[in-house]
Ligand binder design. Structure first.
Ligand code: MN
Length: 246
């Protein structure tokens, strides 16, 4: 036991993000064998079109994850960009795919962890797409298409979420709703009110909220972009926010 567990999300890694890819690799070197587990809460990749995509970039990242996971467990929850990551990728890298939301106990405290896109319930068009795209039959149909065709679809998905990001500041549509959070927390109150950890919104923060007069905290994980990244470290004292700079 190292008594620390690390959470990251929204790295949006791709061939085009070399400095951030290297920052992630330096983190892996520091963390390997020194933490109890690494949780990746979605949008680790900027896009994922199927486990059969084997560009140099993807092969490189897979080998890094595989050697890391041989010493330290890695858990993965899908994001809205990399929801097509499947069992083949998991087997090749040694990561363990989790369904969302997950309730976990760390150092005698309860946590709910998720990517967070499911909490953005005001964005009805996105929630419809989410329901469709998480259907195994839809995924099978997509994955059976030639890889070039899937690249086009990935472009459309990226464009859809970029359009939403550009609305940031003007619209609340791409943020979580209080109603969705309260519903989630109400169904996860046992044995004690957990702490919520999610990413997705690119609005890193610590929110102090209440449910039925009981306080709880909600941590939004830092996304990685430009020269910055970040992660949450959970230990026996609770959650600690860490920033990373290139
Ligand atoms: Mn996301």
């Amino acid at each position: 036991m190292n008594n620390t567990t690390i959470f990251i999300s929204d790295l949006h890694l791709s061939e085009q993000t070399q400095p951030l890819n290297q920052l992630f690799e330096r983190c892996l070197q520091q963390w390997q064998g020194n933490i109890d587990a690494l949780y990746i809460l979605g949008d680790f990749f900027d896009v994922w079109i199927g486990d059969d995509d084997d560009s140099d970039f993807i092969r490189h990242i897979k080998s890094k994850l595989k050697s890391f996971s041989s010493a330290t467990p890695v858990f993965f929850i899908h994001g809205n960009r990399d929801f097509l990551i499947g069992e083949k990728f998991a087997a090749e890298t040694g990561i363990q795919l989790l369904t969302s939301p997950q309730q976990i106990n760390l150092y005698e405290h309860e946590y709910i962890i998720m990517h967070g896109d499911e909490l953005c319930t005001d964005d009805i068009a996105y929630q419809q797409f989410r329901a469709q795209s998480r259907n195994p039959l839809w995924q099978m149909a997509v994955l059976s298409k030639p890889i070039e065709e899937r690249r086009l679809l990935a472009g459309q998905i990226r464009q859809m979420s970029e359009t939403r990001k550009n609305n940031e500041g003007k619209s609340e549509i791409s943020d979580v709703t209080e109603q969705a959070i309260n519903e989630l927390m109400s169904s996860h109150m046992q044995p004690t009110l957990p702490t919520l950890i999610h990413g997705h919104t690119h609005r890193p923060a610590v929110h102090e909220s209440q449910l039925n007069n009981q306080p709880f905290k909600r941590y939004v994980i830092q996304d990685w972009a430009d020269n910055y990244g970040g992660y949450l470290a959970v230990d026996t004292d609770g959650v600690h926010v860490h920033e990373l700079k290139l």
